[in-house]
Design a protein around this ligand. Structure first.
Ligand SMILES: [Ca+2]
Ligand SMILES: [Ca+2]
Ligand SMILES: [Ca+2]
Length: 196
């Protein structure tokens, strides 16, 4: 029940434009590094810590609307983050964007996503025990991820994840525009074929 209320309040925040001025979700104890037992974060800002021996923290987020998601990670640790979808597929990761801090952007639809964070060097471990260094895009066919894990060494410290979601209507092409663009490309393809 509490979970449901939290999900609703997050959805409400997201729908209201998410100017979460002062609120933040604070890591409860130590967040699990397993996606299946991730903590539900109920705010667009998340504050947590990587303690000695803490091999990674995963948060589950439920977005009421889609858009361009930006994740900024700052803190005392050498942040290393990745985004996963509801089916535990790795979408993208980042180690260093601004000095040692991580940042990534990704176009999402409404629904559930997972964000993993840890101290460099972080790896996503697949169900078949493959390891992907959480930076850039995962290899094709990487498969479902079971957990994230630090495979080098851990320098403990606090971190902050700051999320923002830009609705598709604000500058990102609408589906109708994309449709027109698609028609244009199709037209170009037909012209090329005619010339050949
Ligand atoms: Ca932690
Ligand atoms: Ca943890
Ligand atoms: Ca980093």
């Amino acid at each position: 029940m509490k979970t449901k209320l939290n999900t609703l309040s997050l959805a409400f925040l997201l729908a209201a434009g998410m100017t979460t001025a002062h609120a933040a979700y604070i890591e409860s104890g130590d967040a699990s590094n397993d996606l299946a037992s991730a903590q539900l974060a109920t705010d667009m800002q998340i504050q947590g810590t990587i303690d000695q021996g803490d091999t990674g923290d995963v948060y589950r987020l439920v977005f009421a609307t889609g858009g361009l998601l930006t994740i900024n990670a700052t803190g005392q640790i050498d942040t290393n983050i990745a985004l996963f979808d509801a089916g535990f597929q790795a979408l993208a990761g980042n180690d260093d964007s601004n000095s040692l801090d991580s940042m990534l952007t990704y176009v999402i639809g409404a629904g559930t996503y997972y964000i993993g964070i840890g101290d460099y060097a972080m790896y996503a471990i697949s169900a078949s025990n493959q390891a992907w260094f959480m930076d850039g895009l995962p290899p094709a066919g990487f498969g479902t991820v079971s957990r994230i894990e630090n495979l080098i060494s851990i320098d403990p410290g606090a971190y902050t994840l700051t999320l923002s979601l830009q609705p598709r209507s604000n500058g990102v092409p609408e589906p109708a525009t994309l449709g027109l663009l698609g028609l244009g490309l199709l037209g170009m393809g037909m012209m090329r074929r005619k010339r050949a």
